[in-house]
Design a protein around this ligand. Structure first.
Ligand code: CP
Length: 315
């Protein structure tokens, strides 16, 4: 695997899920695979789960992880080509990336969508420069349009908790005070469309995701109708794709509460975290025994470890 951004990069899902189960059962079985190998994890944005789970996954595989916080620890990096660098960014990605590549064997990059320029974000302008100029395998740790390590962990969690061959999975928009990127809902949609689930997306009008990520999913604008008979509720806020980066609604009736959960088939509640309580979901739902937010976050180590393991095996 030369890069990990999309569900196709992991190959057949059943094999990936079986490998995830192996890794979870025996996380240290491949400790020698990463001996004398280094992964550099570059963060242009904040993180708790991705930073720690990626480091833990690397350590489980015997690798040495190095974390670089751009804008904190390093020079500020210019990301656009052709600009006159007379501002506050003294180094360009064009030099920084091959330098970073010369120090490691695998690179992970977190670079959120700026939500200003849809083409810049949707062309994956930053991570694609890492892929082009580093000469090393590159993992998206949430980039302009995708968060594949999260979606893989979500699928692992659904598989672990599903009692049905083809569960109904509903991804619902929920209100949030700030404009958020599309990477989590895009990837979740992409992975659910590839998985053996009955997938429904529900959101207010104006929050349609990019068509290439919606794929064949059912879109239902009535949240209560979407929740009927659901086995898994996946809540997330995102900003508008069509009115790019805008907040179009703060309708609190979309906050996931026991009112909506009552029409599900005793559904599990999921969210990638961090979550704003009583905006996205009520305390009652997130604190209930049907909430999977902690096991879902724990599976971030597993998904990252499978991806890194595959990359190490191909070095
Ligand atoms: N879910 C997730 O990616 O969390 P962090 O932003 O804390 O890494």
């Amino acid at each position: 695997m030369k890069s990990f951004l999309h569900v196709q990069d992991i190959g057949p899902l059943e094999a990936a899920l079986a490998e995830a189960a192996d890794v979870k059962r025996n996380p240290f079985a491949w400790k020698s695979l990463g001996k004398n190998k280094t992964i550099i994890l570059i963060f242009f944005n904040s993180s708790l789960r991705t930073r720690l789970s990626s480091q833990k996954a690397a350590l489980n595989l015997g690798m040495d992880p190095i974390v670089l916080n751009v804008n904190g620890d390093s020079w500020k990096l210019e990301t656009e080509m052709g600009v006159v660098m007379d501002g506050d960014k003294p180094e360009h990605l064009r030099e920084a990336i091959p330098v970073i590549g010369s120090y490691c064997d695998i690179i992970g990059v977190r670079s959120f969508a700026g939500l200003k320029d849809r083409d810049f974000d949707y062309n994956e302008t930053i991570i694609n420069q890492f892929i082009e100029y580093s000469g090393k395998p590159v993992i998206s740790l949430e980039s302009g349009t995708v968060h594949p390590c999260q979606a893989f962990a979500d699928l692992i969690t659904i598989r672990e908790h599903s009692t049905k061959k083809r569960p109904k999975v509903v991804m619902t928009w929920a209100p949030h005070p700030r404009a958020l990127p599309h990477a989590v809902p895009n990837s979740f949609a992409e992975w659910m469309n590839a998985a053996d689930v009955d997938f429904v997306i529900t959101h207010p009008r104006g929050y349609e995701l990019a068509p290439e990520f919606v794929g064949e999913a059912e879109v239902e604008y009535d949240q209560m109708k979407a929740f009927e008979g659901a086995d898994f509720i996946y809540a997330k806020n995102w900003s508008s794709y069509t009115s790019y980066g805008q907040i179009l609604s703060d309708d609190r009736s979309w906050t996931v509460s026991s009112r909506q959960m009552a029409v599900t088939d005793n559904a599990f509640f999921m969210h990638c975290l961090p979550v704003r309580r009583n905006m996205i979901v009520t305390d009652e739902v997130i604190d209930s025994p049907r909430s999977l937010v902690i096991p879902e976050a724990a599976n971030r180590v597993v998904s990252a470890q499978v991806v890194m393991k595959r990359m190490l095996e191909e070095l």
